[in-house]
Design a protein around this ligand. Structure first.
Ligand code: ADP
Ligand code: MG
Length: 342
C-alpha cells in the first residue's frame, strides 16, 4: 500500500460535507476498494450508477495492474524490463502502447524532466525495493544510472500486426508509476461513457475524473486541495467539469533520509537529483493520464519552466504549485487562478 497516503490530497468536498449527515436521497454514495497499490473509489448520488461504475472500474483496474505493475513479476511491464538488452521485443497491448506513447510525448515536451526510464536512478536513491544508501550517491553512479534513462533507447515495433516493446540496453527499466493510475482512470471513464453512465466521479489514488455533475446545477464536482503540511485542512477548492480530470504530485509521503536530508521519490530526469523546494503540484487537464503525468513533470520543472510547458504544449491544462516553505502559499497559472475557490 505504498501510495495510499496523502494521495487523498484531492478529495471530493461533497464527501466531506455529507460524512456524518443523516441519509438523504441525494447523498453522495462512495464505494471504495484497494487496487494498484492504492485506494480506488467511485461516487454518485445514484447508488445503481455507483455500483455499475464500480464493476467497470474493478475490471479495468485489475487489467491495468496485470499489465503495468512494477512489483508484479508476471506483468507485461516486468517482462519488458526483464528482457532489456536482449534481442527480444515483448508483445504489448494497445493500452500499453498508448501509455508508452503518451509518456514519450511528455518526456520530450518536458526536456526529459519527466522520464519513465528513471528506475535505475530511483534505485540509487534507495527506492523501488533498493536499500537506502548511507551516503548520497556519487555523481558517477548517478550519471551511470542516467545512461540507462534515454527515451531514444526504447524501441516500439510491430510484429505480426501487434505492437512490441524492446529496451535496447541491458539495465534499462521502464517505470510508468507517474502516469499509469491516470491512464487507468481514463480507461474506466471511457468504458462508463459507452454504457451511458453519468453524474459520477472516478478516483484512483487521488487521480480523479468527472462524469456529469455531482448534483443538478452544480456544474461539475467540487474537489479540495489539501494543505501538504496539515492534511486535515483544505486550502483551495476546484470545480472539475464534465470530463475533466485532476491529479496531485507531492513530496510528503514517499521519501528516504540520507545523511540527514529528506530525499523525495520524484527525481529530476535530467540531473538524477531528488526534487526540493516544492511540496505539491495540482493539475486539472482534459484527461486523467495528462493530469497525472503533467503533475509529475511540473513537480520536477521550475515554476517558470512549468508555465512555459503548459503554454506551449498543454494549453488546456491548469496548474497550481505549493512551495515547500512557510507560510503556505499557492502559485497558479492564470486559468487555475480563475477556477480556484479559496
Ligand atoms: P504518485 O505515484 O505518488 O501518485 P506521481 O504520479 O507523481 O505520484 O508519480 C511518482 C512516481 O513516478 C514515483 O514513485 C516514481 O515511480 C516515478 N517517478 C519519479 N520521478 C519521475 C520522473 N522524473 N519522471 C517520471 N516518473 C518519475
Ligand atoms: Mg503523476
Amino acid at each position: 500500500m505504498k501510495n495510499i497516503s496523502y494521495k487523498l490530497a484531492i478529495i471530493s468536498i461533497l464527501l466531506l460535507i455529507t460524512a456524518g449527515c443523516n441519509k438523504r436521497p441525494d447523498e453522495i454514495k462512495r464505494l471504495q476498494w484497494c487496487t494498484m497499490g492504492t485506494i480506488a473509489a467511485v461516487q454518485s448520488t445514484d447508488l445503481a450508477t455507483a455500483q455499475a461504475l464500480r464493476d467497470i472500474a474493478q475490471d479495468e483496474f485489475a487489467t491495468m495492474e496485470a499489465e503495468l505493475s512494477s512489483w508484479n513479476s508476471d506483468s507485461t511491464l516486468a517482462m519488458v524490463n526483464r528482457n532489456a538488452g536482449r534481442d527480444l521485443a515483448v508483445p504489448v497491448s494497445a493500452s500499453f502502447t498508448e501509455i508508452l506513447k503518451l509518456s514519450t510525448r511528455i518526456t520530450r515536451d518536458s526536456g526529459g524532466a519527466f522520464n519513465p526510464l528513471i528506475g535505475p536512478v530511483l534505485k540509487e536513491w534507495g527506492f523501488n525495493g533498493a536499500t537506502t544508501p548511507s551516503t548520497i550517491p556519487s555523481t558517477r553512479s548517478l550519471q551511470r544510472a542516467l545512461s540507462f534513462a534515454d527515451i531514444a533507447d526504447v524501441e516500439l515495433s510491430t510484429i505480426n500486426s501487434s505492437n512490441a516493446v524492446r529496451l535496447t540496453k541491458a539495465g534499462m527499466q521502464l517505470d510508468l508509476g507517474a502516469i499509469a493510475k491516470g491512464y487507468a482512470v481514463d480507461q474506466v471513464w471511457q468504458a462508463a461513457n459507452e454504457k451511458k453512465l453519468t453524474n459520477a466521479l472516478i478516483d484512483l489514488g487521488g487521480n480523479l475524473r468527472a462524469m456529469g455533475e455531482a448534483r443538478p446545477g452544480r456544474g461539475g464536482w467540487l474537489t479540495g486541495v489539501r494543505d501538504p503540511f496539515n492534511d486535515s485542512r483544505i486550502i483551495a477548492r476546484i470545480l472539475i467539469r464534465d470530463g475533466e480530470a485532476i491529479a496531485t504530485s507531492g513530496n510528503y509521503e514517499r521519501y528516504v533520509i540520507i545523511e540527514g536530508e529528506r530525499c523525495a521519490h520524484i527525481i529530476d530526469g535530467r540531473t538524477a537529483m531528488p526534487i526540493k523546494g516544492v511540496a505539491g503540484v495540482t493539475v486539472v487537464a482534459p484527461d486523467a493520464a495528462t493530469a497525472d503525468a503533467l503533475s509529475t513533470a511540473l513537480f520536477v520543472l521550475s515554476i517558470e519552466e512549468g508555465k512555459t510547458l503548459i503554454k506551449e504544449h498543454y494549453p488546456e491544462s491548469l496548474a497550481l504549485w505549493i512551495p515547500d516553505s512557510q507560510p503556505v502559499q499557492i502559485i497558479s497559472t492564470d486559468k487555475m487562478e480563475q477556477r480556484l475557490q479559496r
